[in-house]
Write a protein that binds this ligand. Structure first.
Ligand code: TYM
Length: 335
């Protein structure tokens, strides 16, 4: 079976963009049963920017609860916390020596996050994509479901695999493909349709958090920025209306419809009508996940047990791949 790998950072504020762009699609892929699926909380990626230690530990368990509440079944998928599977970081070091500085410096996420003061950014933030390549390739995974914003990193993963294979004259690491599908591959801020929904936006009203209660979800949708026009009768009519298009895309992804069908169903409606329908749908789909998340969070020891078991399963895959990599590179390993 081809292997699927993907990850989410436990840096707080798991939001609707993460859910629709990633988590919900992880669940769908798991249930399609034609893939072996490995899903990961990437705590080592989170610490590329400062994380309060107690908060990081809390966020990691809460994210694990989010995965399970959304439908990731530890009996069907391998569910892990990155730092518990040391082969990720071990392979990342080798990739740090394969990848070039220039490749890292060209990443748009690096440029956005490091900003003008790149000198003060952590070295880990620059090397971030190399660890991400290791996450994927330590499983020889070939399919990586992500939102639009991760596409460049997966392309870099392919470059690293290709350079490794070329430098060492092997055909060892596969070229992984980003799988960017569905109506919500780039969910935008509820306050500004030109900015993506993000955990770091200072305005909490810009995003729907997976921990928001039903009233908060409904209120944020009611207050979402829109324009005064009614919904058009075709999706193309939304081309220059980013806020309106975003709400239609969110509706489509939640309802598992195409955006075209959503527009057809609601053609001519004002947002005063469409927003309550969207709020009902969002509460309907998200509230059960939120409730289940807090139920799971009441027993953190059980979450830790699930992750420990996941790490053991993962290491059955990662240990032989790392061992073979060491042989290829000429690192003398213990026998
Ligand atoms: P992260 O934690 O920023 O986001 C997790 C996933 O959510 C998607 N996403 C969105 N999708 C649609 N609309 C949005 N507004 C939105 N915001 C976030 C992201 O595209 C991502 O799929 N580097 C990764 C984590 C990672 C990883 C990996 C992913 C580490 N190793 C290996 C895949 C494979 C990240 O920071 O995602």
């Amino acid at each position: 079976k081809p292997r699927v790998f993907s990850g989410i950072q436990p840096s707080g504020n798991l939001h609707l963009g993460n859910y629709l762009g990633a988590l919900k699609r992880f669940v769908d892929t798991q249930n399609e049963a034609e893939f072996e699926t490995v899903y990961c909380m990437v705590d080592l990626h989170a610490i590329t920017v400062w994380q309060d230690p107690a908060q990081l530990a809390h966020n990691t368990r809460e994210l694990a609860a989010g995965f399970i509440a959304a439908g990731i079944d530890p009996a069907k998928s391998i569910l892990i916390n990155q730092s518990q599977v040391p082969e990720h970081a071990q392979l990342a070091w080798i990739f740090n020596c394969v990848a070039r500085m220039g490749w890292m410096g060209r990443m748009t996420q690096w440029k956005d996050k490091a900003g003008k003061n790149a000198e003060a950014a952590s070295l880990g933030l620059l090397a971030y994509p190399s660890l991400m390549a290791a996450d994927i390739l330590i499983y020889h995974a070939t399919h990586v479901p992500v939102g639009e914003d991760q596409k460049q990193h997966i392309e870099l993963t392919r470059d690293i695999a290709a350079k490794f294979n070329h430098d060492y004259g092997v055909d060892f690491f596969p070229l992984a493909e980003p799988v960017i599908e569905g109506a919500a591959t780039r969910v935008m801020s509820l306050r500004d349709g030109t900015k993506k929904m993000s955990k770091s936006d200072p305005s909490d009203a810009s995003r729907i958090n997976m921990t928001d209660d039903a009233d908060t979800i409904a209120k944020k949708i009611r207050k979402a920025k829109t324009d005064p026009d009614p919904l058009p009768d075709s999706y193309e009519g939304l081309a220059d209306r980013p806020e309106a298009r975003n709400l239609v895309n969110i509706y489509a992804a939640l309802a598992e419809m195409t955006p075209e069908a959503v527009v057809a169903d609601h053609a001519g409606q004002q947002f005063g009508q469409f927003k309550p329908a969207l709020a009902d749908l969002a509460v309907d789909k998200l509230a059960p996940i939120t409730t289940e998340m807090s139920r799971l969070m009441a027993d953190p020891a059980e979450i830790d047990r699930i992750l420990a078991k996941g790490a053991l399963q993962a290491r059955e895959i990662t240990t032989p791949i790392l061992k073979r990599t060491y042989e290829i590179v000429g690192l003398v390993a213990s026998v």
